[in-house]
Ligand binder design. Sequence first.
Ligand SMILES: Nc1ncnc2c1ncn2[C@@H]1O[C@H](COP(=O)(O)OP(=O)(O)OP(=O)(O)O)[C@@H](O)[C@H]1O
Ligand SMILES: C=C(C)CCOP(=O)(O)O
Length: 259
Amino acid sequence: MNPAMLTVIKLGGSVITDKSKPYTVRSSNLKTASAALAKLYGEGYDIVLVHGGGSFGHPTAAKYRLHEGGLSPEKVRGFSETRYWMTKLNTLVVEHLLRLNVPAVSLQTSAIAVNSGGKLSRISLDVLREMLARRLVPVLYGDAVIDLSRGFSILSGDTLAARIAVELGAKSLVYVMGAGGVYSKPPGSPDARLLREIAENDVLTVGGTHGVDVTGGLREKLAEAFYAAKNGVRVCIGGVNFIEKMVKGEEAPYTVVKA
Ligand SMILES: Nc1ncnc2c1ncn2[C@@H]1O[C@H](COP(=O)(O)OP(=O)(O)OP(=O)(O)O)[C@@H](O)[C@H]1O
Ligand SMILES: C=C(C)CCOP(=O)(O)O
């Protein structure tokens, strides 16, 4: 595996599902993203794909308030159900990639990572490294995980993707989101404009997520993006039609995250 050709792509739940309708997939976006990944893989890129929970993970986790921790029988049931729905979504993502001859392989996040106090505590990337060395494309996801101090909690795909990118020394980290990038104001509001660059001290208005979200929306994503950028990874946030350009650092309407 050559770090100069390694890219970590976080495919947002807002891209591959409709977050306003529980358990609804956005097939055309999933096909567009899969085609971009197939092209990059064919050109020799090493790819780690992480996807979000979208309308599969978030409504289930919210129903059981898993993000608040706890170990009651209700929470135990909620952990099992959230894991079930995330596995379903993950299988769909892997299927789309396999159809395009991308050797995608599911890697269950909750089997390699644990949280403590709601934050990522430990992650084992040995198997992921070996997969990359064999030209596989590991597909992980934001997940319900064991929490060492709270019973259970949620590990967001945004955090997972940033941690993997930094630990593996990836060249780029690309956050793909439905909104198509970071705007000066919540998308759709008057005068909202796409920010072509964003630095940590820039002032912007962040609104809520469209639909159910238990992991902190855009603010958390940006915090993870700055962490990765400060650790030497080129980080971009943009829409599904610009995945290839973001990975290659080519000009297009998306947001570049400054260290
Ligand atoms: N200034 C802003 N710029 C861009 N998006 C914003 C802004 N303010 C609020 N938002 C909202 O932030 C949300 C970010 O998307 P969301 O957290 O759903 O992303 P995701 O990573 O695709 O989802 P998931 O967590 O399911 O993977 C969108 O609903 C968007 O409308
Ligand atoms: C809600 C669950 C299970 C996953 C959260 O991951 P994210 O959608 O990347 O924030």
